[in-house]
Design a protein around this ligand. Structure first.
Ligand code: SAM
Ligand code: SF4
Length: 366
């Protein structure tokens, strides 16, 4: 079956992105000094997810269909453009920057990107990766360039399930090896994400949590969100947070912990497997059944230079066109301020009129 190119879907969006045009605001954000990224619901943006590619060597069932089409290279933000946007975001009060994709390790200029963004001295400069293409020598280089920590994805420790879910030639063993190497290179605390899907990998929840205790990483279980390129999401595939917690309780002791920051997406627990002395921090990220929109502090910029105020935005704003039109820094800053102001109060996944965005997670940046 042929699929529509993401760009074509976007251009038929009922409220299409407006190339390089500042968002039309009915009530513009009040000016203040210092200038910050705030929305009209009282939230301040401190976290930027910057996607550097929409390409990937995996085809995870919850993210990317095998025949997905990628953006032509010239449409991706260049290294200069990425650095300029990151620097402007820093000056607007963004404290933490996460590089993502697609698979960020597929971007040929990744080492240079980390080096140049590292020089901007964010409080935290992290990256999310599927961990399949990582060499130990690069981990040390990234650490020296200012990368603070890495987050990995691992949906199953059982190789058969791993292969079925990622539709890749990599292995759970390779990801776990990369996790260990990242830890040794000082890129911790390491977090590992698993998307939990009904009848696919819920049996892996206790096992992954026990592995986290043994290998000293924080395991985070994420509810499946309607952001898959095949639009196959349906509530029957969701394993809700409550069930994830129940699965953990059957395998050990679970004690609630305070979130590190109120805006953090994960509910935190300490998990001690039965008959084990070791324990691990476990995060449960439940955007569907326990929405945390009210505390959101995130803004996303896609690899092709669209500002997305929310993962589930149907509107996005074309900052790449502005960058390439020769706009000065003050104009771009104002564009980021105005785009942020439009951030919707929540995503309403559970409401009957919820509309799945045309972009899959891989073309947004998780
Ligand atoms: N390729 C890298 C990776 O997989 O870690 C980084 C990009 S990936 C889009 C970022 C995160 O989004 C991953 O942890 C992945 O599990 C998560 N993700 C992707 N699609 C999702 C979905 N439909 N629902 C929930 N999480 C999803
Ligand atoms: Fe690739 Fe990450 Fe999406 Fe999996 S979740 S297909 S690794 S971008």
């Amino acid at each position: 079956m042929s699929r529509t190119h993401p760009l074509r879907i976007l251009s038929s969006n009922p409220d299409p992105p407006r190339a390089g045009v500042a968002p039309a605001l009915s009530s513009p954000p009040p000016q203040s000094a210092p200038r910050t990224l705030r929305d009209s619901h009282g939230r301040t943006i401190r976290d930027l997810r910057l996607s550097i590619t929409d390409r990937c060597n995996f085809r995870c069932v919850y993210c990317m269909e095998p025949d997905v089409r990628f953006f032509p290279r010239e449409q991706l933000l260049s290294v200069d453009e990425l650095e300029r946007l990151a620097s402007l975001a820093r000056s607007l009060g963004v404290e933490r920057l996460r590089l993502t994709g697609g698979e960020p390790t597929l971007r040929p200029e990744l080492d240079e990107i980390i080096e140049r963004l590292g020089a901007l001295h964010f409080d935290d400069l992290s990256m999310t990766t599927n961990g399949s293409l990582i060499e130990p020598s690069r981990l040390r280089l990234w650490k020296a360039s200012g990368l603070t920590r890495l987050t990995f994805s691992l949906d199953s420790a059982r190789e058969e399930t791993f292969a079925a879910m990622t539709r890749s030639r990599s292995s759970a063993a390779a990801v776990l090896r990369a996790v260990r190497e990242a830890h040794d290179a000082g890129l911790g605390p390491i977090k590992v994400n698993a998307v939990v899907i009904r009848d696919r990998n819920e049996d892996q929840v206790p096992l992954l949590a026990s592995l986290a205790a043994r290998h000293n990483f924080e395991m985070r279980f994420i509810e499946f969100m309607p952001l898959d390129s095949g639009h196959a999401w349906n509530p029957a595939l969701l394993v809700p947070a409550e069930e994830i917690l129940h699965l953990l309780q059957t395998a050990g002791r679970l004690t609630p912990l305070q979130r590190d920051r109120p805006s953090d997406t994960a509910e935190l627990y300490r998990f001690t497997p039965s008959q084990d002395q070791l324990s691990a921090r476990i995060g449960v990220i439940a955007p569907v059944t326990r929405s945390f929109c009210g505390r959101c502090s995130r803004l996303r910029i896609t690899a092709d230079g669209k500002v997305r105020p929310c993962l589930f935005s149907l509107r996005e704003f074309d900052v790449r066109a502005l960058l390439r039109s020769g706009a000065d820094n003050a104009t771009i800053e104002q564009f980021l301020i105005d785009s942020t102001w439009t951030k919707q109060p929540g995503h309403g996944i559970t409401s009957p009129d919820f509309e799945q965005p045309a972009r899959p997670m891989s073309a947004i940046g998780g």
